[in-house]
Write a protein that binds this ligand. Structure first.
Ligand code: ADP
Ligand code: TRP
Length: 339
C-alpha cells in the first residue's frame, strides 16, 4: 500500500499549425512548456494541419511542413513514449466534435473574435467559414481529450476563453458536468510573447518571416538577421524611453543572454553610449549558443523518415483511444441512437 497523496494526472493538450519552421516564439510560447509538461501529465501534442487549411497551402507545402514540425517537436525534446504526438487530421473524431460544437457556437461571438477580425484585414480575399469557426475547431481539439491545461503563447488567450465558453455551454445545455474548463498555461507566471526583429510585437512565421529566428537557422543566418534587425539612431538624452524595435532587442537579450550582459547594455543605453552593432553581435552569439544543439537534432531527425512516420502512426493510435471514448460519451449525452 502506497501512502501519501495520490495526485490526479492532469491532461494537457496543445497544437501548432504546420505553416513553416518553428521559431523562437513558438519555442518559448509553446514547445518549451510541452517538453517540461510531458513528464508529469497525460499529454497530447499535435500538428494542427486542419487549421492550416484556412490559408490554402499547396499539398506539397502542407506535406513538407507537417513533417518539418514533427521533426522539430522531436528535436526539441518531445518524447513519443511520454506524450502522445499526432497529426490533427489523423484524428477524425476532432472533426465530428467540431461539427457538434458548431451547432452551439453563435455567429456573433465568432465574428467578434480578435483573430478573425485580424484575418479579415490581412486576407480580405479569403474570408472562409473555416476562419470564422477556427475557435470551435480549436475547442474541439482541446476538449476531445478533456484537457485541463493548454500550453500556448499569449496570443491564444482569447481562443482559450472561447473554448471554456463552448465547454461550459455544452455542460449546461445537457445538464452534465462532462467537460473540464481548460486553462491557458505557461510555466512562468505569465503567458509569453517573444517580439519580432522588425519592431513588431510578435515574432511570427506566418506574418513576416524576416522578423523570425527559426530553430533550424544556421549560425550565419542568425547573425545576418540580427544585424539587420530594426533599431533607431540611438538615445540622445539619458534615460530615454526605448522605441519598440529597440525594446524588442532588449527583451530578446533578457531571454537569451546572461543578466550581466543585459545590464551592461541597458546601462550603455541609459547613458547614451550604446552601439547597437555591439549589442547585436553579443545577442546573436547568445541565441546561436541556444539554438545550435536543437538545430543539430533537427538535422539528424529530419533525415530519418522511417522514425518520423513511426511516431505519427503510434501517436494517431494513442490519440484515437482517448478521442473515441469522448465521442462515444458525447453522442450518448446528445441523444444519438442507443437502440
Ligand atoms: P505563428 O503565430 O508563428 O504562425 P502559431 O500560430 O502556429 O505560430 O503558434 C503556435 C504556438 O506558438 C502558439 O501556442 C502560439 O501562442 C505560440 N507563439 C507563436 N508566436 C509566438 C511569440 N512570438 N511569442 C510567444 N508565443 C508564440
Ligand atoms: N490556434 C493555435 C495557433 O494558432 C493552434 C492550435 C490549434 C491550438 N488547435 C489548438 C493550440 C489546440 C492549442 C490547443 O497557434
Amino acid at each position: 500500500m502506497v501512502h501519501g497523496t495520490l495526485r490526479m494526472m492532469e491532461t494537457v493538450v496543445s497544437g501548432i499549425r504546420p505553416t513553416g519552421n518553428l521559431h523562437l516564439g513558438n519555442y518559448f510560447g509553446a514547445l518549451k512548456n510541452f517538453v517540461k509538461m510531458q513528464n508529469e501529465n497525460t499529454c497530447y501534442f499535435f500538428i494542427a494541419d486542419y487549421h492550416s487549411l484556412t490559408t490554402h497551402p499547396t499539398p506539397a507545402d502542407l506535406h513538407g511542413n507537417v513533417k518539418t514540425v514533427l521533426a522539430e517537436f522531436l528535436a526539441a525534446g518531445l518524447d513519443p513514449e511520454k506524450a502522445t504526438i499526432y497529426i490533427q487530421s489523423e484524428l477524425p473524431e476532432t472533426a465530428e466534435l467540431y461539427l457538434l460544437l458548431n451547432m452551439n457556437a453563435y455567429v456573433g461571438e465568432l465574428e467578434r473574435c480578435t483573430s478573425f477580425k485580424e484575418k479579415i484585414r490581412t486576407q480580405p480575399d479569403n474570408v472562409n467559414a473555416g476562419l470564422l469557426t477556427y475557435p470551435t475547431l480549436m475547442a474541439a481539439d482541446i476538449i476531445i481529450h478533456k484537457a485541463h491545461k493548454v500550453p500556448v503563447g499569449k496570443d491564444q488567450e482569447q481562443h482559450l476563453e472561447m473554448t471554456r465558453t463552448f465547454a461550459n455551454r455544452f455542460n449546461r445545455m445537457y445538464k452534465v458536468e462532462y467537460f473540464p474548463e481548460p486553462q491557458a498555461y505557461n510555466f512562468g507566471e505569465e503567458l509569453v510573447k517573444i517580439p519580432g526583429l522588425d519592431g513588431s510585437m510578435k515574432m511570427s512565421k506566418s506574418d513576416n518571416e524576416s522578423s523570425a529566428i527559426f530553430l533550424a537557422d544556421a549560425p550565419d543566418v542568425i547573425r545576418r538577421k540580427i544585424m539587420r534587425a530594426t533599431t533607431d539612431t540611438g538615445p540622445t538624452a539619458p534615460d530615454s524611453p526605448k522605441a519598440q524595435a529597440v525594446q524588442n532587442l532588449f527583451t530578446l537579450m533578457e531571454d537569451f543572454s546572461s543578466k550581466e550582459t543585459y545590464e551592461h547594455f541597458d546601462l550603455l543605453y541609459r547613458t547614451c553610449q550604446i552601439r547597437y552593432g555591439d549589442m547585436k553581435k553579443q545577442l546573436a552569439e547568445d541565441i546561436i549558443k541556444f539554438t545550435t544543439p536543437i538545430r543539430d537534432e533537427i538535422l539528424r531527425i529530419s533525415s530519418d523518415e522511417a522514425y518520423i512516420s513511426k511516431v505519427a502512426r503510434l501517436g494517431a493510435e494513442k490519440a484515437h483511444a482517448s478521442a473515441s471514448k469522448t465521442i462515444r460519451e458525447v453522442r450518448e449525452i446528445i441523444g444519438f441512437r442507443k437502440f
